[in-house]
Design a protein. Structure first.
Lengths: 324, 335, 324, 335
């Protein structure tokens, strides 16, 4: 076990796959000489050379399209969006070219898009967005969003080995959040499986990414009041781990869903709908969602704090739902 | 539009492609025409679901350019290039099965008309979003470059497609990395009903090449040998690592955008002018003059073409409808 | 009252606004000389001239961006996507430039995007998509999707007069579906209000667009078995008419949500979540969703029929839920 | 990169702009520099949240081009053009309030750093997605054209931005409709860490103009009068209904992409070469030589500039933080 940050875990997973498999390469803006806006690929250019670490033009459609073309030819490209927000410039390539490729041809399309996303980096409306729900509503794409360094490495490895296009959402706030135990060497975290992070009986708290950590903190506060929340880290958003979600809710009878993306139309709706349809008979209370406001992400620190669910709000929701 | 450099007329040309290559091009031009004519009949019989597009008058572009490729090369065609699909191995039966939405088509009824391809045969299936194949073609070439393979990617697009951001980004990417891509513009003077002056204010599309730092050449798109010569040079250049070339092939879309389009917006005189310049008839005449297309060869080829069409259609009709129970299958590849 | 098709109602609404307000103009591919791929703007070029009926290049980012720029200057552009599917080429302009404009500037952005969407036109995966959920998850956009000719006209008029960007989803299958009564002259259907199409007590059926008509047909079948479904036509997808949805479900105690978009991540999730949170105490049964498969839209007629919810499936779901 | 047509050096020029215009340009160049220098201090004091960008060395482009506009004209600037915002009416106080995320900034703390603007003062606020303003600028010009107003839209973008589809589609749209748009490329030789050869294989960006059928001119971006002359000609041309012009202004980004960037990837020699060509110092020297910038005027201007910066900062510091309770407000305009 090594003590790594989430960022270092991503780097280690990526470098490990590039060493293991010559078909794996990275392409993106400022990822070579500069080592990436967040320095994830620092040192890669020297180790792997300019044809496996490709400094690309400022052109997301070209860069994603080129990744798709290389994947068509059997390579295993990892294309970096400098910020997830810029994927909107490549939307056709992602949702129409890549997502529908296997369905039309029955051939694999092993493409990974690295999506640095989320707030609390004073990025404002164009450098903080959480748009995972767009892609979870696009059949043919897989969507992962690790919360822990161990999964950040394991899910990236799994994404690279997956024969389908995978949207890998890496949370910028978690990059240097803290050091965690990360297994050495070569392992993959299975895509499509949630992780039970905290066992409990009072209610099921379902989250992912940065908010998962807020949920754990809130669970600690609730526990102090004698409430035992169960906390589930989804890890994968498409396909959802239906069994884990339903299993937990059938056990606790209550569900609190928390995400950073704006509330309306977010993944939380899909999860709540799943519960309301498949676990209805086990429900002892309303399915509650906490999410960010239905607005763009504000730049001002005070506004952004008000924009997102806080630990206190999450803890209150736990108390209210437990008491229901 | 005035062209930057008209390619020399065939008579002036020293050498010319070997006879078998000439006949191969003619054969595929005729085969595209024969399949599409049959397709039009089927369409008006209501047997082709959805929209039906033909490359009527564009056969010289598809055949002339594709004939310049080697066995391991790759293509990313569009919706007027049936000959390109055929020359790279899609069978006549598969084409009709695709038209009829049958299981035997390359997309097995998932997608329609000419939205097909087969990566295993080196044919990228295009999507409807115009020019979306261009950056993907660049990526295919990138993979060849990364692996040190000397393969070339030939891609086709329309005049309208040049207005898209995908086209710009894809061409620029290929140029920046000097990738082995050959860019064939099928300038048929219309994008659906939209004339050229609504796509560009440039004197000629070929003028765009300089802005990407690549060579550009304009040729008569109804002269299969002019197209072939330009494509062969571009393919050689790409294979040498010198990067992409833009080839503007000028023609006219002498039918509707799709068979549903009555194209009354195209001036009669323009239609007559280009109808008189049918690429197949012109090529046949030339081959006869050269003694390459003797009566017997001609006869045999025509019989073969007709037979292929009938056999292909029969094969397609024998192909089953896709199984509705399998509707949700194949969205994801299994590990 | 005139007898118009849905298509004619759209044309009448658009022409009426162009006659009423010189700031209104249309821009798109093949909409002038040709009158539009679906002939909605037939005759407009002659009546309004080339600066108000603009045949544009094949360039969705340019066309939507130009619409935004004109709206910034106080014009009221209506930009036509030839098929809704092609909006992915303009995604940045829609979700980042237009959607966030008022929030950043406090100035209006009166832009309408006409989105011919949906299946049953043998269009296949790139001419049939239902992507309304992407935009309903984008704060700053309004999303409407009429099912009836009267609303097709009234909602287009309302969208043109609205100071915000409005995604106007017009269903291609409904264009020539049938003739309906459409009020003459100048009226607007309020954005954000659902329409109770059929009163009932057994369950609330919530739908929109083409599926709404399938739901009405299915309700007829269910009624024959003595079941009285209530059918709600959402008409607007963003903002949702929470009161109408919750009011109906509180009355009937049961909810069936039906849409044509793929199930996972669709608007149905948001509606089900709303119900499971706000109407939980009134629920006498699971919240049921019926939607299309989680796959691209198939071209083959038999496949597409299997892809979408059928009237029989909807009627069965009504019976099962009523009997629950 | 060799330029297609270097603009004539000032000495050769017959006339020159009137002295008050010359001093106005100098004033705004100095004001941009003074604000940004103060901003850098604030940034290193940790008082500016998020990223901080400067247009250090780009002042001649913003000031020279913007000075060519009339009162009713419009601008769509980017992130190195502070002088353009100032010349079109954004106050120094508003700029600092924007930097400090205060309610008094044009985005009232919603967006940060130079992501600002004010449509009521004819300034389009840019979004982060590079070149997304270009098609919007075309649309603003379209509205002017539709209403028969003789207003011109001036838009700025970087060398990296030219690689985007948005840039291509926007420039092409403006060219096709001959819209009154002036396209100013700030070629500062880098896009973040990415050098020019990764953005284009063209000899010069100005070569792209011909592909859109518009004139292109390349000028020394550190020579404010060269920029101004080219922009004035392009504005006049646009106002006459002759359509857009591409102006490539060549400079170097002599600081980091943002203040967080140590830009070690830029060769020292290149930095020194351009540091020696500071646009403000060069302009001052010229104006002194012409006797336009006497000691007294100079002194007064410097005092005024310094005062404006201190007053503006004080105003911004007095501006309240946005009210967190209002976080969800203003997403939609009310009917
Ligand atoms: C991005 C996009 N927008 C709109 C369309 C609708 N459409 C299909 S073909 C076509 C015209 C294409 O013109 P061109 O590129 O010249 O090819 P041609 O059909 O003339 O061969 C249009 C507008 C599309 N397919 N893709
Ligand atoms: C579409 C898009 N992709 C990536 C980025 C991240 N990014 C911000 S500025 C920048 C470099 C811009 O270079 P250039 O256009 O030359 O302008 P400059 O900063 O050099 O003035 C990049 C890559 C972005 N803002 N937009
Ligand atoms: Mg064309
Ligand atoms: Mg630059």
């Amino acid at each position: 076990m090594a003590q790594l940050t989430y960022l270092e875990a991503i780097r280690e997973g990526l470098r490990g796959e590039m060493r293991r498999d010559p078909r794996v390469f990275v392409l993106g803006e400022d990822i070579g000489v500069y080592g990436g806006a967040f320095k994830i690929t620092e040192g890669f250019l020297d180790e792997f050379g300019p044809w496996r670490v490709i400094d690309a033009p400022l052109a997301e459609t070209a860069n994603v399209g080129a990744g798709i073309g290389a994947a068509v030819m059997g390579m295993r490209p990892v294309v970096e969006m400098q910020f997830a927000d810029f994927v909107t410039d490549a939307f056709t390539q992602v949702v129409n070219m890549a997502a529908k490729y296997h369905w039309r041809t029955r051939m694999p399309l092993p493409l990974v898009l690295r999506m640095p996303y989320g707030g609390d980096v004073k990025g404002g409306p164009f450098h903080s967005q959480c748009m995972e729900a767009w892609f979870a509503h696009t059949p043919g794409l897989k969507v992962v969003a690790p919360a822990f360094a161990e999964d950040a490495k394991g899910l990236l490895v799994a994404a690279i080995r997956d024969p389908n296009p995978v949207m890998y959402f890496e949370h910028k706030h978690l990059y240097r959040f803290r050091r965690e135990e990360v297994p050495e060497g070569d392992y993959a975290t299975p895509i499509g499986r949630a992780r039970l992070v905290r066992e409990g009986t009072a209610l099921s708290v379902i989250s992912y990414g940065w908010m998962l950590h807020k949920c754990l903190e809130a669970a600690g506060l609730a526990a102090a009041d004698g409430i035992a929340p169960e906390v589930l880290d989804l890890r994968t958003l498409a396909p959802l781990d239906r069994d884990a979600i339903l299993g937990s809710v059938r056990k606790t009878g209550k569900a609190l869903i928390v995400h950073e993306a704006s509330r309306t139309g977010g993944i939380g709706g899909e999860i709540a709908a799943l519960i309301a349809e498949e676990a209805f008979e086990s429900l002892d209370g309303p399915v509650v969602r906490l999410a960010s406001e239905d607005s763009p992400v504000p730049h001002n620190t005070g506004l952004e704090a008000a924009f997102q669910p806080t630990v206190a709000e999450i803890a209150d929701a736990m108390r209210r739902l437990a008491a229901y | 539009m005035k062209s930057k450099r008209e390619s020399p007329r065939i008579e002036e040309r020293a050498g010319r492609p070997p006879s078998d290559r000439l006949l191969e091009m003619l054969y595929y031009m005729r085969l595209q025409r024969a399949i599409e004519d049959r397709g039009v009949k089927l369409y008006y019989q209501g047997r082709i679901p959805g929209a039906y597009f033909t490359g009527w008058g564009h056969e010289a572009i598809a055949a002339g350019a594709t004939a310049s490729l080697g066995p391991d090369d790759l293509v990313a065609p569009m919706h007027r290039d049936l000959a390109a699909y055929l020359m790279r191995g899609i069978t006549v039966g598969e084409v009709f099965a695709q038209f009829l939405d049958r299981e035997g088509g390359p997309t097995r009824g998932r997608d329609g008309n000419i939205h097909m391809g087969d990566p295993q045969r080196g044919i990228l299936p295009f999507i409807s979003h115009m020019a979306a194949s261009v950056p993907v073609a660049a990526g295919m070439a990138l993979a060849c470059r990364q692996r040190g393979e000397s393969r070339v990617v030939l891609t086709f697009f329309g005049d309208g497609a040049t207005s898209t951001g995908a086209w710009h980004e894809g061409v620029n990417f290929a140029a920046v990395f000097r990738l082995p891509v050959v860019l064939v513009l099928e300038n048929n003077q219309y994008a659906f009903s939209t004339p050229l002056d609504r796509q560009t204010a440039a004197q000629a599309f070929v003028d765009k090449a300089v802005g990407y730092g690549i060579p550009g050449v304009a040729v008569d798109g109804n002269d299969v040998l002019a197209v072939h010569e330009a494509a062969a040079a571009a393919v050689a250049r790409a294979r040498d690592g010198a990067g992409p070339t833009l080839i503007e092939c000028r023609t006219l879309r002498v039918r509707g955008h799709s068979e549903a389009d009555k194209f009354s917006y195209v001036p009669k005189a323009l239609l007559e002018e280009w109808a008189a310049r049918d690429p197949i008839a012109a090529f046949e005449e030339r081959l006869r003059a050269w003694g390459v297309l003797g009566a017997e060869i001609d006869e045999t080829m025509q019989v073969r073409t007709a037979q292929e069409v009938e056999d292909g259609l029969a094969w397609a009709e024998a192909s089953p409808e896709p199984d509705p129970a399998a509707v949700a299958d194949g969205v994801y590849a299994e590990e």
